[in-house]
Design a binder for this molecule. Sequence first.
Ligand code: NAD
Length: 298
Amino acid sequence: MKTILITGAGGVVGTYLRQELAGKYALRLSDIRRLKPAAGETFVQGDIANLNDMLRATKGVDAFVHLGGYSVEGAWKDILNANIVGCYNAFEAARRNGVKRVLFATSNHAVGFYRRDQVIDHRVYIKPDSRYGVSKVFGEALGSLYADKYGMEVFCMRIGNVGTAPIDKRRLSIWISPRDFAQLVTIGIEHPDIRFEIVYGVSNNRRSWYDNANAVRLGYRPADDSEAFAAEVLAREQPGDARAEVYQGGAFVHSEAIENPTPVPRRRTSKVKPRAAKKKGGSTAKLKATRKTPRVED
Ligand SMILES: NC(=O)c1ccc[n+]([C@@H]2O[C@H](COP(=O)([O-])OP(=O)(O)OC[C@H]3O[C@@H](n4cnc5c(N)ncnc54)[C@H](O)[C@@H]3O)[C@@H](O)[C@H]2O)c1
């Protein structure tokens, strides 16, 4: 059985992925926050902004799904630490440990300034809608470098929005169900001929803004379509910001910060000290409460 590292395993997407991949792979979870591994899982606590932590986490794995990081628009220092420095450490640690296959969770926000009346594919010029989107473009570029220069096999998934149901009109176009996401990840792990690929992480949505031909070429056959939820979603939709309505990235095109769904306790950017962090306002209770908050945007 292959051993697969998942960074950011305690987040929204990681939690779905663990459920979907349970029993298929030996899962090595990693996160800056302490997680409780289930049967078939192991856990390595680590900060992706710390190269040594990433070297420990990537040692001896067959493939690496890099989800960890700052997952919405935020302050530059947070994006820089988690998504620029962290992403570099992720690829570099994988390279040093001989882990060839890296799946990178990029985002629709790498191309969020395309208009909603356009259909885009994996070859379009990047159009990030935020500092967060820029950090995802950086990760894609780094993946391209590591594929071309070091022979790594890099699978970039421009994820729309993972969830059991689309939560608003924009998500009807970019939604991906957990089982479709797991199918895409499995292709990224197993496909024998990956060098550097960009695919869209979306279900088979009738309202999709993406031509996902590259994923289909690699065998992706999504089972779900957001249309099943459309009537219910549209009935409760409120008119939004005029700029957000024009562009695929929605509120990211004008917001300076979006509520972080999985906040990381402060002062834990280089050394992981779970007990000290609890005292500084990062209590387990607070984290649990925050995780129940519905996601505002992604
Ligand atoms: N949720 C979506 O639908 C969606 C859409 C597009 C892209 N993505 C991308 O997928 C990935 C996972 O998204 P998510 O929704 O699960 O995010 P999330 O915010 O819920 O989870 C991110 C996880 O990363 C961890 N983390 C943050 N900083 C870290 C650090 N310095 N070191 C180690 N771990 C750290 C957090 O503790 C958290 O468990 C992210 O990279 C995000 O940008 C997600």
